[in-house]
Ligand binder design. Sequence first.
Ligand code: F6P
Length: 366
Amino acid sequence: MASQARPAKTIGILTSGGDCSGLNAAMRAVVCRAIEFHGWRVVGIHQGTMGLLRRPVDFEELGLRIFTTNILRMGGTILGTTNKGDPFAFPGPTGRRRDRSADFIAGYHLTGADALIGVGGDGSFAILRRLAQQGNIRLVGIPKTIDNDVGATENSIGFQSAVAVATEALDRLQPTAASHDRVMILEVMGRDAGHIALSAGIAGGADIILIPEIAYTIENVAAHIGRVRQRGRNFALVVVAEAVKDTLGQQVRRRHGTGSATYGGIGHRLGEEIARMTGAETRVTVLGHVQRGGEPNATDRLIASAFGVHAVDLVAAGQFDRMVAWQNRQVVDVPLADAIAAPQRVDPAGALVRTARGLDISFGDA
Ligand code: F6P
C-alpha cells in the first residue's frame, strides 16, 4: 500500500473561519494519504491560527486512528476553529489590535511542519497566504464554506450539506404553509452570496427567491404572491438570503454580546412587509447555524475526501501556494491567488437563475 520513496515530512493542518459539515472528512483523507501512502507525520493545529499563537504551541499529532473512527460522518471540526484570529490584527484584552504575525510564524516552525494545509474560506486564505509569504511557509489550501463564495471552485466543503438542510426546511414548511393558508419566509445564511438561497429555493419548490445579487422591489414580491393566489394556491414559500437589503435599502445585521455583528433579521422585516401589502398571514423561520452543523451529506463527504487526498499529493509534488478545487466533476488545483482574487457570487445571468426563472420562481426584480 505505502509508496517506496519517503522523504521525511511533517504536514501541519488547521481549520480556519466558520465551521461547516465535511471538515473532519477532509482531515481524515489528509491523514490517510499522508501517513499510509507517504509515510509522513500529520500534526493538527488547534483552533485555527490561535493554536500557533499560544505557547506552548497548541497542536496534536493526528494518527491513523483518525482514519478508522467515525470521523467521516462527524460535523464540526475536531481541531476547533476561530473566525477572530487574524494574526495581523489580533485583538488584545483592551480591544486594541496588534500585529502578531511573527508569533504565528514562529509557532508554525515550532511544530516541525514542512508544509501547511489550511482548510478555510477566502478570508482565511488571504491571511494565511500573507503569513506564508512572510514566514516561508509552504501552503496548500482546501476550500470550505457553506457560503460557496470562494473563487475558482464550483464547490467548497459544506455548501452542499447546507443546501440539503435548507431544502429540508422548505419540505417541512410547505405542508404547514398549505394547512394554514400562509406565506412562509425562510431566511438562510450565505454572507454576501445567494448560493444557498438559490439552490435550496429551486430544490425546495420556492415561489420567490431573494438574493443580494438581484435587486428586488416589495411591490414585485407582493404581485407574484398575488399571481400564485390567482392560480388557486393558498400558500407561498419565500427564501431570502441573509444579506438581502430591506425595503429601505439597508442591510440588516445583528450585534452579538461580544461586539461582533453578523447578517440576520431580513426575514422578519420581509414578513411584515408582505403581510402589510398582501394581507396574507406570514411566518418567518431563520435557519441559522443548523446549516453549518450536523453530518455532511454524501456530496460533501466525497468532495472533502477528494480535496484531502489531492492536497497531500500537491505537497508531495512540491506544489505550493495552490488551492484544491472542484471543476467539471473532478478535483483540480489552482493558484491560491486566483481563489481569493474575487468572491464568487451568484451570476444573475447564470444557469441556475435561468432555471429558476424557467420554473416561474420570482426574484422580485426591481
Ligand atoms: O461564513 C459562514 C457563515 O455561516 C455565514 O453564512 C454567516 O453570515 C456567518 O458565517 C455567521 O458567523 P458566526 O458563526 O460568527 O455567527
